[in-house]
Design a protein around this ligand. Structure first.
Ligand code: ADP
Ligand code: GLC
Length: 474
């Protein structure tokens, strides 16, 4: 019988994206569908998602939370064998932000994502009969808990197994205990074996504690989060669940991230013919206002990231002047915390001939930087998986990474530069080595080609999820 999987998450590319979660939810369902799974994905219908291509499939979708019945309907869309359901609850999601606006989290996020979690369960009864309810990150952490508390005795749910994937342990969805009655959850879930976390309610913990299986997005991160240093207070719980905790590396969607086909590039190229990469470099430099003539033979380091503490740019701040003493250029795209925006803006002001900074979110620019840079810097403090280094490898853009989490699992000495130890000095040394290595054109080309030949497509990872689903069903 065909396996049926319902994924629930707060962002799915191309409909809504702030980071890698969207990339994964945009690609994994398609990879599963290609392997014969019947897959549906449920996400919120945010205010910026137009309704004109969607079909309304459910009026008065029942989301009962405490004493509230939340007005909602569901829209659907189908693409390459995957059904996408959009939860249209205008009072909760009809906004321009996913989680926040002007740097402020929405104060009703507990309700918004409580509702999404309930909708995930209701969808199994009303929209898509599933064997597996696969939830992602804290925004859907309550779904396995609702499944246990509210739906278990319903015959529709007897055989349903839940999977909870941690994309980032640092974002936990923590709220005061007063939210429980508003969520319609009984006081008994306020227990250290369920949703209680240091006197508060943790959505992430609820997912980890109550799902049938827990996964995270790389094997190394799966080990790291079981240690007090990287466990964000949840390492003890994760250790108790270690038999059910699986590290499955993310894949890359090469239909979107391959320089041979990428429509955003000034020229396409591949391992067989790299000439287009030089064109992309000139185009990138020109686009960001740097001189292609001056810089075409110097190493250009690219950065594309959410500017949050996780991403390690404090290290860049710590050694900025020494870094700029090297014969290199820097092209940075990012949005996020003002202190990092200031850091890169100041660098660009001080070194206008060699540093370009674009603040904001820009899909086309992200692709141009992947293709037009020689090196790609990811000094992340921690990195559950990381997708940009995987994209960089395919683009012949040699990654420099702090060897943690998924960065450790995907970048080797042959394909990139890895540093061990989270310090500006250690990072700088690694960048110096990379700049020096760039001078040896033959060895550099070999390094590029080694990265380009790697295959991190979803095939292998999707198979691991399939094995897990099968194991749960047996
Ligand atoms: P995270 O999910 O922690 O942000 P990942 O490396 O897994 O990190 O994924 C980041 C994704 O978001 C990549 O697809 C990257 O290209 C994209 N991205 C991040 N910042 C920006 C930005 N400012 N503009 C465009 N794309 C961005
Ligand atoms: C998170 C992590 C990132 C990972 C992404 C997708 O945002 O920070 O490392 O690649 O999720 O799983």
């Amino acid at each position: 019988m065909q396996l049926r999987v319902l994924m629930v998450g707060s962002e799915v590319a191309p409909f809504a994206k702030t980071g890698g979660l969207a990339d994964v939810l945009g690609a994994l369902p398609l990879a599963l569908a290609q392997r014969g799974v019947s897959v549906a994905v449920l996400m919120p219908r945010y205010g910026f998602i137009p309704l004109d291509r969607l079909q309304r499939v459910y009026d008065h979708f029942p989301i009962v939370m405490g004493s509230d019945q939340i007005p909602a309907q569901v829209y659907a869309f189908e693409d390459r064998g995957v059904r996408y359901f959009f939860l249209d609850a205008p009072g909760l999601f009809g906004r321009q932000g996913l989680y926040a606006e002007k740097g402020q989290d929405y104060p009703d996020n507990f309700r918004r994502f409580g509702a999404l979690s309930i909708a995930g369960c209701e969808a199994i009864r009303r929209l898509f009969r599933a064997d597996i309810l696969h939830c992602h990150d804290w925004q859907t952490g309550l779904a396995p808990l609702y499944l246990r508390e509210r739906y278990r005795l319903d015959p529709n749910f007897m055989a349903v197994k839940s999977v909870f994937t941690i994309h980032n342990l640092a974002y936990q969805g923590i709220f005061g205990r007063e939210v429980l009655p508003m969520l319609g959850l009984p006081q008994r879930v306020f227990d250290s074996g369920a949703a209680e976390f240091f006197g508060k309610v943790s959505y992430l913990k609820a997912g980890i504690a109550t799902a049938d299986a827990v996964t995270t997005v790389s094997p190394t991160y799966a080990k790291e989060i079981q240690t007090p240093q990287s466990g964000w207070g949840l390492d003890g719980l994760l250790r108790t669940r270690k038999e059910s905790l699986h590290g499955i590396l993310n894949g890359a969607d090469y239909s979107l991230w391959d320089p041979a086909f990428d429509p955003y590039l000034a020229a396409n190229y591949s391992a067989d013919d790299l000439t287009g990469k030089a064109t992309c470099k000139r185009d990138l430099l020109k686009t960001v206002g740097l001189s292609a003539d001056d810089l075409e033979n110097k190493p250009v380091i690219g950065i594309v990231a959410r500017l949050s503490e996780q991403k390690g740019f404090d290290l860049v701040g710590a050694v900025a002047d020494d870094l700029m003493r090297e014969d290199l250029a820097l092209v940075v795209l990012g949005s996020g915390e003002p202190r990092y925006v200031d850091l890169f803006r100041t660098l660009a002001d001080r070194y206008p001939d060699r540093v370009a900074f674009r603040a904001g979110y820009d899909e086309a620019m992200a692709h141009k930087i992947e293709a037009g840079s020689d090196l790609f810097l990811m000094p992340s403090q921690y990195e559950p998986c990381g997708l940009n280094q995987i994209y960089s490898l395919r683009y012949g853009t040699v990654p420099i990474v702090h060897a943690v989490g998924g960065l450790e699992d995907t970048v080797s000495e042959e394909t990139g530069f890895r540093f061990v130890g989270y310090s500006g000095g250690v990072m700088l040394e690694s960048i110096r080595q990379a700049v020096k290595a760039y001078g040896n054109k033959r060895a550099w080309r070999k390094r590029m080609l080694a990265g380009m030949s790697l295959d991190y497509s979803w095939a292998a990872s999707a198979q691991q999820y399939l094995d897990l689903y099968a194991h749960l069903g047996s």
